[in-house]
Ligand binder design. Structure first.
Ligand code: PLP
Length: 404
């Protein structure tokens, strides 16, 4: 059974106060909070297992290696990835995207198209622009409709034999809308284009099955799924990861090194140059154990309940506009109230202990599309409550009264 109060007790930060009020944390799309189990895993590693991995024959190094590789196996199972060597640990979601884009010249020829969507995070735009510049490819953009869904007719028209890559997010961090990635991937494959899905907002919020989804690459960030910062995941199809050149050179990623020629290690080590974030990987494993214990189906159902409740309550505020108010979305609500500046509203609700994000959310093209400077974004997690949403609405009402 899903008991939110029991779950909240696992998150020590939820006990603290901000500006004399109990913290209400609605900035989960920026980073999630961490349960004690994850914090303990970090401390446990440094207290009891700290050693470099894959290197020493000594016991400590073996133990650290076993824990790190066990975490890789947890990631494999959690996302139904065929083999553990297809789980590449990176420094974050942005790094995972860059790892692919920086070597993707082997997949993209001069004059070909790379299709992105109008609702991408900057980290899924800029690396592809850089690739386009390097190889002389063209960036094409799937437009977004007024209600926040991608214009799928336009997407199908953009696709052609000349399309090399299609890159979209699974869930938009700026709007919360879930994109029809199954349809996007299937259509891309029909014209032999590769696909990369940015899963920073989907991981930890819905059940993800890499084999069923059939994306060629998929990227994630541990810190958005109750894990620590500084560790990300790159999943890729085996033959594509074998073809993709490494994006960093150094120790760990080599087979043989001489000044005449260096050969690379096999997967996943080819993409893991240098000492990785060992504690981060192990703690990501603990985060996955934690999510599994609650159950992703329970998490998704409860977060959807919060989304519906929050949407209805926010609509009670006069002059509120919700961007991306569609049925198929994550528990992220992006909105404005009349002509009030999101920053002013965000500052006042922070004084009342409520943490929301204001601004362009690293997605300036989305704001330009809707002709707004930014939005207020309230993003919920499974440890939030309806009572907290009531306090947000109250705080917003007070802010409106002060600013009007
Ligand atoms: C957070 C986020 C990113 C960037 O991830 P980092 O953890 O900052 O590297 C990219 N895309 C989306 C959709 C995000 O929500």
């Amino acid at each position: 059974m899903f008991e939110v109060q029991k779950i909240r007790a696992d998150f020590p930060i939820l006990n603290r106060e901000v500006n004399g009020k109990p913290l209400i944390y609605f900035d989960n799309a920026a980073t999630s909070q961490k349960p004690q189990q994850v914090i303990d895993a970090i401390v446990d590693y440094y207290q009891n297992y700290n050693a470099n991995i894959h290197r020493g024959v000594h016991a400590l190094s073996q133990e650290a290696t076993d824990l790190f590789e066990a975490a890789r196996e947890k990631v494999r199972t959690f996302f139904n990835i065929p083999q553990a060597k297809q789980v590449i640990f990176t420094a974050g979601n942005t790094h995972s995207i860059n790892a692919v884009a920086s070597g993707a010249h082997v997949f993209v020829k001069q004059g070909q198209d790379i299709i992105v969507s109008a609702v991408e995070h900057h980290s899924n735009i800029v690396p592809w622009q850089m690739l386009c510049e390097r190889v002389g490819a063209h960036l094409k953009v799937i437009p977004v409709l007024d209600h926040g869904e991608l214009d799928m007719d336009a997407y199908h028209n953009l696709l052609s034999e000349n399309t090399a890559f299609v890159v979209v997010n699974h869930v938009s961090n700026a709007l919360g809308v879930t994109n029809p990635v199954e349809e996007i991937i299937e259509a891309a494959h029909k014209v032999n284009a590769l696909t990369l899905i940015d899963g920073a907002q989907s991981c930890g919020h819905m059940t993800l099955d890499m084999q069923a989804l059939d994306a060629d690459f998929y990227t994630m960030a541990a810190h958005k799924m109750c894990g620590p910062t500084g560790i990300g995941i790159l999943y890729g199809k085996e033959e594509l990861l074998n073809t993709l050149p490494p994006y960093q050179g150094g120790g760990e990623m080599i087979d043989q090194v001489s000044f005449e020629e260096t050969t690379y290690a096999g997967l996943p080590h080819k993409f893991e140059a240098g000492t990785p974030n060992i504690a981060g990987g192990i703690a990501l494993g603990a985060a996955i154990d934690y999510l599994n214990e609650i159950g992703m189906n329970h998490i998704a159902a409860y977060e959807h309940e919060l989304l519906e409740y929050g949407t209805n309550r926010l609509k009670e505020i006069e002059g509120v506009t919700i961007y991306g108010d569609v049925s198929n979305k994550a528990a992220v609500i992006s909105f404005n109230i009349a002509a009030l500046h999101p920053y002013d509203l965000g500052t006042i609700v922070d004084k009342l202990g409520v943490a929301v994000r204001t601004g362009h959310h690293c997605a300036q093209p989305v704001m330009d599309r809707f002709q707004i400077p930014g939005t207020i974004r309230a993003s919920f997690a499974f440890y939030n409550t309806k009572e907290e949403i009531d306090i947000l609405v109250q705080a917003l009402q007070r802010a409106v009264n002060m600013l009007a």
